[in-house]
Design a protein around this ligand. Structure first.
Ligand SMILES: C[S@@+](CC[C@H](N)C(=O)[O-])C[C@H]1O[C@@H](n2cnc3c(N)ncnc32)[C@H](O)[C@@H]1O
Length: 278
């Protein structure tokens, strides 16, 4: 197995966890009513649904049909298209924004994926991407998956390609007149570390690993992931809190950019902006 199989596990829980980042990206890139927005590697369409709720016209593209079907049950006002981020099924210069939350970062080679994001955008279009940081829990988890031989990610290391503010800026730099980068943190709260693991164990990466490892290999992966969560998480009065940082980048081909107006907040997950620069 060389890639995560997104048909496995409970993707809705993942989408809930990622939604605050999608809210921030949608706020930051600010699609207007009537704008055409492409949600690239859309999964169940976190970004697509937020933009549609602002009366933008939306095309949600993902290579996994089952992912798109999860979103379609919630919203019929979006065009859901099976397609590859490396070869988007759209003409040149049609979109006002091409956005991706933790999606296009998995497409390899990354430079081609970025070219596709910009190819489909009009000359005043905006490209926005969120990426996981090459640090903290994400870094430790990547090591764990690699070292137990869970799957090879098709030879692509998204943390190495996108995982710092500088790398995010460098990715969009060649295609945008202006690039801005912010960092943020997703906070997930569970009653206990054991509850965190029971939830994490249902996610597509862990479910994919379960299929390709023997019992001893999977037990080692589970041990390593929980160890990483213990290292980077915190026991609080509210329960076990795991912070997973991330970066957001926004590039515009021309036109002025403003700072993000607000950021998302929900009961158990919070996205907080730190500082970052292009
Ligand atoms: C972690 S999920 C994020 C999905 C969504 N953006 C969200 O916020 O929930 C990653 C998604 O990227 C998709 N994906 C990965 N590589 C892709 C590619 N080359 N082309 C299209 N979709 C891709 C996967 O199928 C999966 O749905």
């Amino acid at each position: 197995m060389d890639k995560v199989d997104y048909r496995k596990g409970n993707y809705r829980a993942v989408a809930d966890r990622l939604r605050p980042a999608a809210e921030l990206l949608a706020d930051w890139c600010a699609p207007q009513p009537g704008h055409l927005v492409v949600d690239v590697a859309a999964g169940s369409g976190n970004v697509a649904q937020l933009c549609a709720s602002r009366s933008a016209r939306v095309v949600a593209v993902d290579r996994v049909r089952e992912q798109l079907l999860l979103g379609r049950q919630d919203d019929d006002a979006i065009y859901w298209v099976v397609g590859d981020a490396l070869d988007l099924p759209l003409a040149d210069d049609v979109a006002d924004a091409a956005l991706s939350t933790f999606g296009v970062i998995f497409a390899n080679p990354p430079d081609q994926a970025v070219r596709e994001l910009t190819r489909v955008c009009r000359s005043r279009g905006v490209v926005g991407v969120t990426a996981w940081p090459d640090a903290g829990f994400q870094h430790a988890a990547r090591q764990a998956f690699q070292e137990v031989g869970a799957f090879a990610s098709g030879g692509h290391d998204h943390l190495a390609a996108w995982g710092t503010p500088e790398r995010l800026a460098q990715r969009l730099g060649p295609v945008a007149d202006e690039v801005e980068v912010c960092t943020g943190t997703l906070h997930a709260t569970f009653p206990t570390l054991g509850d965190w693991w029971r939830s994490r164990a249902t996610t597509p990466p862990v479910m994919t690993a379960r299929e390709c490892l023997d019992d001893a290999g999977f037990a080692e992966l589970a041990r390593r992931l929980q160890e990483a969560a213990r290292q980077f998480g915190t026991e609080t009065e509210d329960g076990f809190v795991l912070e997973e940082g991330g970066g957001l980048s926004r590039g515009a081909r021309s036109g002025s950019l403003t700072r993000p107006a607000r950021w998302g907040c929900s009961r158990s997950v919070r996205l907080r902006l730190g500082t970052g620069q292009a």
